[in-house]
Write a protein that binds this ligand. Structure first.
Ligand code: MEV
Length: 431
């Protein structure tokens, strides 16, 4: 099994990290070329992906290490500009792996397409007419995108809702058809949109109404992934804080997020700090995942915490995260962007369901990392220690000077490039 425990990775040069990963993960030659390339996404390819292209926009790509998920090791590619995120995820993953790692599961991958119908002469008769023709409608949907049925998926269910029935306004009463589609390993936007557009004429005929919107819903509540972890308090111990104190602090912090949207938004942002970088690195649509995740956090009628933290019967800290995961491992940018292909390779070319589970496990780890820091030293201490390294490098420090300058910056509580340059000059003069 390929391990995700790579001691000393952090202190290697970028070049050595690349060599290590290429070897350890036995990456194919093409992927190794991308890994070492200065322009993996060629401008010509970018020009075919979107409009008015003037260049590409690289982000740092790091590896979240130490992840043990359902007893399988994962080095997790994370594309993100924010310092501390990758380090914090890897740190918590290391703690969690000593407690058996993360356990995850996923529902079926059913995505939803919506068809809005207005002006039906009789809403209930229209609803019934659609339900009566369910089998035929599913056939029409599948005929519009035959390749998904060939892959073992396709349209498999349908529902009808009436919205604003008692409203007086002619604009608000509507019928909404939900088409349920198993999109297999695809995110499914194209599949669903093609299907609901194909259904519209039949739906108009059956209902006597007019169809307006025909579009995928990003509220993918039939495509969920769930991660849990259970961590004994002694593994949470940190300088000046007992494990029990940290555990109880995390639960208090969760309760705060569960009760207050001002806190919940920041708490959840911290969770998405772990998820978005993987969504981006694998070429998925992070706006779709973000929109679905936040809506799911409000499913009980108020916006709250995406995670839950509690103490179990053994006194362990138990965490859980369940989210809709509208992502894919085939189609779209996942196969066009060379770095996305590389990221999927490093992850062992998972199915969409497996990838979704990795994402929620990292989201849960990220949340614990933030809460553990917040209930102990605060986040600035660790953040500044890491940030000081980038500042030292920006000032021109290399090799062992990076840590010497970084440490000095933290001691002086002046983490800025100008100060790092002064320290460097001072060190050179002393030598
Ligand atoms: C910063 O990017 C994320 C945190 O604010 C998350 C949190 O407060 O839980 C640290």
């Amino acid at each position: 099994m390929k391990t995700s425990r790579i001691p000393g990775f952090y202190n290697m040069t970028v070049e050595d990290r690349r060599k290590t990963i290429a070897k350890l993960y036995a990456l194919p030659e093409e992927q190794v070329d991308y890994l070492f390339s200065t322009e993996p996404l060629k401008t010509g390819t970018a020009d075919k992906m979107i409009e008015n292209v003037i260049g590409t926009f690289p982000l740092p790509l790091g590896l979240g290490l130490n992840f043990l998920i359902n007893d399988k090791d994962y080095a997790v590619p994370m594309a993100i500009e924010e310092a501390s995120v990758v380090a914090s995820a890897s740190y918590i993953a290391k703690i969690a792996r000593s407690a058996g790692g993360f356990k995850t599961e996923a529902t079926e991958r059913i995505m939803i397409g919506q068809i809005q119908v207005v002006g039906c002469p009789d809403m209930h008769a229209a609803k019934q007419a659609i339900l009566n023709e369910k089998a035929e409608l599913l056939e029409v949907a599948n005929a519009a995108y035959p390749s998904i049925a060939a892959r073992g998926g396709g349209a498999e269910g349908l529902d009808v809702r009436i919205l604003n029935e008692s409203s007086e306004s002619t604009f608000s009463q509507m019928l909404v058809v939900h088409l349920y589609v198993d999109t297999c390993d695809a995110m499914g936007a194209n599949i669903i949109n093609t299907m609901v557009e194909a259904l519209a004429p039949t739906v108009e005929k059956l209902t006597g109404g007019k169809v307006y919107l025909r579009i995928l819903s990003n509220y993918a509540d039939r495509c969920l992934a769930r991660a849990t972890c259970s961590i004994p308090p002694h593994l949470l111990e940190s300088e000046g804080f007992s494990g029990e104190e940290v555990r109880d602090g995390v639960i208090q912090a969760y309760q705060f997020a569960a009760s207050d949207p001002y806190r919940a938004v920041t708490h959840n942002k911290g969770i998405m700090n772990g998820i978005d970088p993987i969504v981006i690195a694998t070429g998925n649509d992070w706006r779709a995942v973000e929109a679905g995740a936040h809506a799911y956090a409000a499913r009980n009628g108020h916006y709250g915490s995406m995670t839950t933290w509690s103490v179990d019967e053994k006194g362990n800290l138990r965490g859980e995260l369940e989210l809709p995961m509208s992502i894919g491992t085939v189609g779209g940018a996942t196969r066009v962007h060379p770095m996305a292909k590389l990221a999927l390779d490093i992850l062992g070319n998972p199915s969409a369901s497996e990838l979704a589970q990795v994402m929620v496990a990292v989201g849960l780890a990220q949340n614990l990392g933030a809460l553990k820091a917040l209930v102990t030293d605060g986040i600035q201490k660790g953040h500044m220690a890491l940030h000081s390294r980038s500042v030292a490098i920006a000032a021109g420090a290399t090799g062992e000077m990076i840590d010497i300058v970084a440490e000095k910056l933290v001691q002086l509580k002046e983490v800025r490039v100008g100060k790092a340059e002064e320290i460097l000059v001072g060190c050179k003069n002393d030598c």
